[in-house]
Design a protein around this ligand. Sequence first.
Ligand code: GDP
Length: 454
Amino acid sequence: MGSHDTIFALSSGRPPAAIAVVRVCGAHARVALERVIGRVPEPRQATLARVRDPASGEVIDEALALWFPAPHSETGEDMAELQLHGGHAVIAAVFDALGRIEGCRPAEPGEFTRRAFENGRLDLTAVEGLADLIAAETAAQRRQAFRQLKGLIGDRAEAWREQMIEALALVEARIDFSDEADVPEDLVGPALRVVRQLRGEIAGTLAGSGRGERLRDGLVVAIAGPPNAGKSTLLNRLARREAAIVSPHAGTTRDVIEVHLDLDGYPVTLLDTAGIRESSDPVEQEGVRRARERAAAADLVLWVTDASAAGTAMEDSDKNLIQPEIWVLKNKIDLPVEKLCKSSESQSGRPLPVFSISATSGAGMDALVRALASHTADYFTATQSSIVTRARHRRAFEETVAALDRALAEGTSGREELIAEALRTAAITLGRLTGRVDVEDILDVIFRDFCIGK
Ligand code: GDP
């Protein structure tokens, strides 16, 4: 697939729909417009036009046509856009017409954005921000993604990189001209002062970085407890009442069911773990093991017990296995109590918040949802200032800080070559973050998640 081909794709959603947006990008975009609408509209002005099959002359549709000449287009190349009626046959006929133009072919997933990156219109962190914006399910995710698309992390990383290169230039001047009388003795001192400052700023962004990453995936809340306590009923009730299930996750397994919720704009991933209960059946044991693993990695565990039955309170062994914060939900309060059950709170040293609910009647659910929403909001409030949204960013900043530390450690040794080497490494690491240097290996990973037409 040539990267200089002219590409076209349906950029709007699945047909049939009111409108279908077809975009064409590349050197033949102008020719494509001339062929299908017989002219090239004024740049950036919506123009009503008849779309025809160039071979037969038959009118396919009437559309709004737009022309974005290079370099002032989203991809930096010539681009044309047709806003057609969104029917299958309309789109098929237009694709057929475009496909017959020499040098034109359907686009690969993410290929428009990839061209925008290659032409310097977006840096890599902005590309990731764009992917996140398209995937955003809640308001907080949307805000974070939009900030990243607009360069919150990329611009800052680029500014740091430039300062590093200036510091490096000072050290290199000292190395290159060490014999010459008119080069000031102390070039390394000022360079290291800059390095120290940069190190502080970059390390500062790493604090709280986990929350920015979490915002992409959602705060993980596991629903756990013995079989028949009412976990699935609770999950269904929470999902229904919030009316915000975005998707039962693709990775749903027999053991763990995932539901995505939007709680006041913040994303929560609810996990229903299979009943945690010792079993001699090896298949069940495996399910229990996985359920424990997921629950242990969660941010919050809702431990559901059957308040009407005896002996279903949380065992100490379960508490020890579950590291995150735990809330105890005494379910089935609509039923009469069989026997006095053991109090969950008094079993171990730490007092646990307790909610009395009925997953079937809905009693107590309001208080539980309010508490969940405020817990989630508290967790994410600290994220507002976090610019690190992916493990890739965190690793890049960690490596940069480590390289700057090496430069500072060599600061007093007089081995200027080693200081320069460490600064070069730091600058390259930041350059990889924004995609300025040597990133072929990570491009495919980043663009893999894009849809066709973006
Ligand atoms: P799980 O094994 O923990 O997922 O439990 P389920 O959600 O499958 O519930 C087990 C049984 O308890 C089902 O028959 C539910 O209808 C019932 N159940 C769940 N919650 C309540 C409740 O609040 N009150 C009553 N009366 N029954 C409930």
